[in-house]
Design a protein. Structure first.
Length: 263
């Protein structure tokens, strides 16, 4: 445990001194929180007519918006869809940290002494994974709470606010967010362990956000309904992927091979 704590402390120290990662930890969550808050505010002020409802099509057909007035439905639907951005935080934030963590140390010539210690590969990767995962999960939960505070102020009714504390969103935040974080970190570590260039590793790691972008677009188009079943099914799929990615990360991290390739 002492070795893992040491790695976590070192990773967080490096994180603070890495301007790119620091900006990402601050600016990206700020932007992704501001967008749904702003949309919630302006949708609460904008008049809604029948044409607006028709243009939204399938998106407003979700049963969770049943019984709401047109204004309530529009505000709830648009803000709920934008909340998917909160599921991008645990992907975009930790994958950049994880993708840099190993190849970055090699570039800085601090990896060789670390691999020469008695620390096991599992301990090393666990420490780096926790260091990348914990900030992303905490930041995402914090941003969700901040959104709920503004939602309490800007929602046109209690029914609108209740949409954002619906069990489906609690499942998304408390279950899916940690699982997505593990997936992003695992992908980042695999890329970092096989890459020789930090920038290339970070760029490749960013590709992990694309599947969720497709999910976001599908939701906006009304082809994917936001409900408890959707998030539970997604959580199960991501959990299975996490198991495979964690095993792959450990298997691909071959200490001697990595040092030989990067010399």
């Amino acid at each position: 445990m002492k070795q893992i704590h040491t790695i976590i402390g070192k990773e967080w120290t490096d994180m603070v001194h890495n301007k790119l990662v620091l900006y990402l930890l601050i600016l990206l969550p700020l932007l992704m929180t501001a967008l749904p808050v702003a949309l919630l505010y302006f949708m609460g002020k904008a008049p809604v007519n029948q044409q607006d409802m028709e243009e939204m099509g399938r998106l407003l057909a979700n049963p969770i918006f049943g019984g709401m007035s047109p204004a309530e439905t529009m505000q709830s639907a648009m803000a709920s869809t934008m909340l998917i951005l909160f599921l991008m935080m645990p992907l975009a934030v930790p994958v950049t940290i994880a993708a840099y963590s190993i190849v970055g140390e090699k570039v800085e010539h601090s990896l060789e002494p670390l691999l020469a210690t008695p620390i096991t590969t599992t301990q090393l990767l666990l420490g780096k994974s926790i260091a990348a995962s914990a900030p992303a999960i905490v930041i995402t939960w914090f941003c969700y709470v901040v959104f709920l505070i503004f939602a309490r102020l800007f929602s046109v009714s209690d029914r609108v606010f209740n949409t954002f504390v619906n069990p489906m969103w609690l499942i998304a935040m408390l279950l899916l967010v940690p699982l997505l974080t593990i997936m992003a970190v695992s992908v980042g570590i695999i890329i970092s362990s096989r890459s020789t260039d930090p920038r290339a590793a970070e760029q490749l790691g960013a590709l992990v956000v694309f599947p969720l972008m497709a999910f976001f677009l599908g939701t906006m188009a009304g082809f994917i309904l936001l409900n408890t079943t959707t998030f539970l099914l997604t959580s199960a799929i991501v959990a299975l992927l996490d198991v495979g990615l964690v095993y792959a990360g450990v298997a691909l991290f071959q200490r001697e091979t990595i040092l030989t390739r990067w010399k």
